[in-house]
Design a protein around this ligand. Structure first.
Ligand code: NAD
Length: 296
């Protein structure tokens, strides 16, 4: 079994590390927050004194950190301390540019690397059913795949360095736009006197069908497991949706891609968050749209 260093033991990192322990790997963990270290210790992770100390003893280093700047600073700190030829896996959601820079740092130190962001949220992390979107060379992917397996429902090799992050932000741009679309349809239906269930029964088996409707319906009732039935507790917080939409627009600007609906979705989620809803599930956007006044 492999020795894995896990750096960033937050909402996602801790349950992911726990699944690696359960599958028989030795996991050396590090985080800046003592409470998160305590949770990790209780899950069977061996706590290291620093990120560099964790990396020094590991064949594979996984990072699960908030943003690109954290990943780059940790990579700069630990790449020179890692075992020769070790594999670095970054599963954080970060901008494509920083992801490529992180690959460059790893390469300069003779390390293998993949970017491997995830979808599936905290529930998927706990259940070991995350989807991993992986960018990196074929030899790095071959080493990464069996390590990711205990945490994964699906692993997709998306292409070269940065392709995993590109897939993640494109997917979540679809999700942000589609959740607003579904929410607008329910809001209009309410005003036209059409019941939630009737719209659901029609659209879920017609051309309006999509994940935001059939799995994550933003009104209570039709899909009992959706956050709408639980006061819009996340799930996937609106602040994280806004983060991913911002990353998508940053990437779109950098390559000159026209993404007008992605841009508008970012503006709508920014206004939703600024109105005090950052901690709400992102499907709570329906309440914001319902309360909005029509212009024109
Ligand atoms: P989190 O804030 O709970 O965890 C991040 C952890 O990183 C924190 O515990 C923090 O202390 C630690 N950290 C920060 N800088 C560090 C450093 N220099 N050294 C060691 N530890 C450090 O966030 P999260 O919800 O676990 O998300 C992690 C990543 O996963 C983010 O990039 C997020 O966008 C992505 N993601 C989150 C979800 C979700 O539903 N929460 C879903 C998919 C992807």
């Amino acid at each position: 079994m492999t020795t894995v260093a896990f750096i960033g033991l937050g909402h996602m990192g801790n349950p992911m590390a726990a699944n690696l322990v359960k599958s028989g790997h030795t996991v050396l963990g590090f985080d800046l927050l003592p409470d998160n270290l305590e949770t990790a210790r209780a899950n069977g992770v061996t706590i290291a004194a620093s990120a560099a100390a964790a990396a020094a003893g590991a064949d594979v280093v996984i990072t699960m950190l908030p943003a690109g700047k954290h990943v780059l600073s940790v990579y700069e700190e630990i790449a020179g301390k890692a075992k020769p030829g070790a594999l670095f896996i970054d599963s954080s959601t970060i901008d494509v540019d920083s992801a490529r820079k992180a690959h460059d740092v790893a390469k300069a130190h003779g390390l293998l690397s993949v970017d491997a962001p995830v979808s599936g949220g905290i529930g998927g992390a706990a259940a070991g059913t995350l989807t991993f979107m992986v960018g990196g060379a074929a030899d790095a992917f071959a080493v990464a795949e069996p390590v990711l397996k205990p945490m994964a429902g699906r692993i997709v090799h998306c292409g070269e360095p940065g392709a995993g992050q590109a897939a993640k932000i494109c997917n979540n741009m679809i999700l942000g736009i589609s959740m607003i679309g579904v929410s607008e349809a329910f809001t209009l239906a309410e005003k036209l006197g059409l019941s939630h269930q009737a719209l659901f029964d029609v659209a879920s088996t017609s051309s309006g069908q999509c994940w935001s409707l059939t799995t994550y319906c933003p009104v209570p009732g039709p899909v009992p497991t959706s956050p709408a039935n639980n006061s819009y507790k996340p799930g996937f917080a609106a602040a994280l949706m806004l983060k991913d939409l911002k990353l998508s627009q940053e990437a779109a600007r950098s390559v000159g891609a026209a993404t007008p609906l992605g841009q508008h979705a970012e503006e709508i989620y920014a206004a939703f968050g600024a109105a005090g809803n950052e901690g709400s599930d992102f499907s709570g956007i329906i309440n914001y749209l319902r309360d909005a006044t029509r212009e024109g």
